[in-house]
Design a protein. Structure first.
Length: 212
């Protein structure tokens, strides 16, 4: 299994990476501002499941293929970017309806739908995709054997840290939303800002990354 020193080093590196807000964090913030705490936390769960699917892919040999293939990597990156732009544009168009949604007893977004959106963003996140494909294998002790199991364990460590960090971001953003919800104009502004944030994030994801 993974030695304690390798596990600690990987946890520290993961924490430093997660500390810098990336696509998943910004998407969680956008969901929190647009739909509240429940949607934000459901998005965190979806993001985590999507990110762990990348861990499984790396553990069983798919990740290195994606990392070596410029075409496949670019296709996944652009698909994720396009999805973010689509969701952002939709949030911008529906910003005027947030007042009514906030006053309903049920959530503004269905749980499964929000979970699916978070999953799509998590699995198409180029930041974690590159990290898992390029960094995760370096912390495996191949002499101990059970390489896929070691990678899955390391992936759990990364995602545990990400869940805590992303949840804090989501809760903080949803708390700010409550203040905006007291005014229809403020809430509409929140919905518009969340939509523009996701659009800008999608454009950023599409424009950055590998250049080889």
């Amino acid at each position: 299994m993974v030695s304690s020193d390798r596990l600690a080093a990987f946890a520290l590196l993961s924490f430093l990476l997660i500390l810098v807000p990336g696509p998943s964090v910004l998407f969680v913030i956008g969901r929190a501002l647009a739909h509240g705490r429940r949607a934000a936390l459901t998005t965190v769960v979806g993001n985590t499941l999507g990110a762990y699917l990348l861990v499984v892919a790396v553990a069983f040999g798919i990740g290195p293929v994606v990392e070596r293939s410029v075409l496949l990597f670019t296709a996944l990156k652009l698909a994720g970017a396009g999805y973010l732009v689509y969701l952002g544009a939709k949030a911008w168009r529906q910003r005027g309806s947030l007042r009514a949604a906030a006053g309903e007893s049920g959530p503004a977004h269905g749980g499964l739908r929000t979970l699916g959106e978070g999953f799509a963003v998590g699995v198409a996140n180029p930041k974690t995709m590159v990290f898992f494909a390029a960094v995760l294998p370096q912390f495996v002790d191949r002499e101990q054997g059970h390489v896929p199991v070691q990678m899955l364990l390391l992936g759990l460590v990364f995602n545990a840290i990400a869940v805590v960090s992303d949840s804090v971001w989501g809760l903080a953003a949803s708390a700010a939303r409550d203040w905006f919800a007291r005014s229809p104009r403020r809430l509409a502004a929140v919905g518009g800002a969340g939509g523009l944030t996701m659009i800008g994030l999608g454009v950023t994801v599409a424009a950055t990354g590998r250049t080889d």
